[in-house]
Ligand binder design. Structure first.
Ligand SMILES: [Zn+2]
Length: 285
């Protein structure tokens, strides 16, 4: 899955291995991803004692890694189209994080940025399906290495594309839902509705994950539960701050008003102020 595109990583989160900067955006492999990879690789080798099994493990790992990275570049490059830069892309075991430098203010932009990640995975599914006949052998014999690798790439990208479209904020589907709601209602209301739906889905993921012994699904459910609540809380705080700023501007305390305000009663007249600002802003020829 992919983590929220517009939430910065926690400043205390240690950096990972820098792999390069495709499209001018730094790509990092987080240490937890490397540790998990090394541990799973060693246990595979320990159980099978086979170098071929170890190499296949790393090949399949590279497919997962590449699919997550391309998903995140889909978000980052679409955000760039709308003037929002990306600090870096970090790959974690639960998914990737593209650290965007700002949040899209326009719901239409948020819609396209969120959709771009899963769209990359679904486009990869189509490419893999188109390549499949090239490596496909005799249907009666067991699948060859080419077929197995493409089959795995197909499964990974189909899962990644569809799972991220679940309408559970902060996942991509939740951002798409919020953007669609925000076209018809205030952004705060859209976030509150999306966060409630996200928490229902998160509770279902945690419950199902724990009952079925799918620990990763339960962890993702916990992550969605916490992050959806935090996102709702952040939007409520922002709305409250804006309300307070508006109230302060509309009604400045008497003792802070400059003395000239009392001498010039037109100063607070918005129409007169608008005319002054308008004239000043007109470029002179
Ligand atoms: Zn995503």
């Amino acid at each position: 899955m992919s983590a929220p595109p517009n939430e910065p990583l926690h400043p205390s989160l240690p950096n990972g291995l820098r792999l390069g900067a495709p499209f001018g955006i730094t790509l990092r492999l987080h240490w937890s991803f490397l540790l998990l990879g090394a541990w799973l690789g060693l246990s595979t080798f320990g159980q099978t004692g086979s170098v071929t099994a170890l190499l296949s493990f790393f090949l399949l790992g590279a497919i997962v890694f590449g699919s997550v990275a391309l998903h995140e570049y889909g978000h980052a490059l679409t955000a760039r189209r709308y003037g929002i830069g990306t600090r870096e892309i970090t790959l974690l075991p639960i998914g990737g994080i593209a650290q965007l430098e700002g949040s899209p203010a326009n719901p239409r932009h948020e819609f396209w940025i969120a959709l771009a990640g899963p769209a990359v995975n679904l486009a990869l599914v189509v490419i893999v399906l188109a390549l499949y006949p090239v490596v496909e052998g005799d249907p009666s014999s067991p699948p060859g290495p080419g077929e197995s690798v493409l089959g795995f790439a197909l499964y990974v990208n189909l899962f990644m594309g569809l799972f991220n479209l679940l309408p559970a904020l902060p996942m991509d589907g939740g951002r798409i839902l919020r953007a669609l709601l925000a076209l018809r209602m205030p952004a705060l209301r859209a976030t509150q509705i999306s966060a409630t739906i996200a928490r229902l889905l998160a509770a279902a993921m945690m419950g199902y994950g724990l009952i079925q012994g799918q620990l990763m699904l339960a962890v993702i459910g916990g992550f969605v539960w916490i992050t959806a609540g935090a996102e709702k809380h952040r939007m409520e705080l922002e709305a409250e701050m804006r309300r307070r700023v508006r109230r302060t501007r509309a009604d400045p305390p008497l003792n802070t008003r400059p003395a000239e305000d009392w001498e010039n009663p037109d100063r607070d007249d918005p129409l007169k102020n608008a005319r002054v600002v308008g004239r000043g802003a007109t470029p002179r020829r």
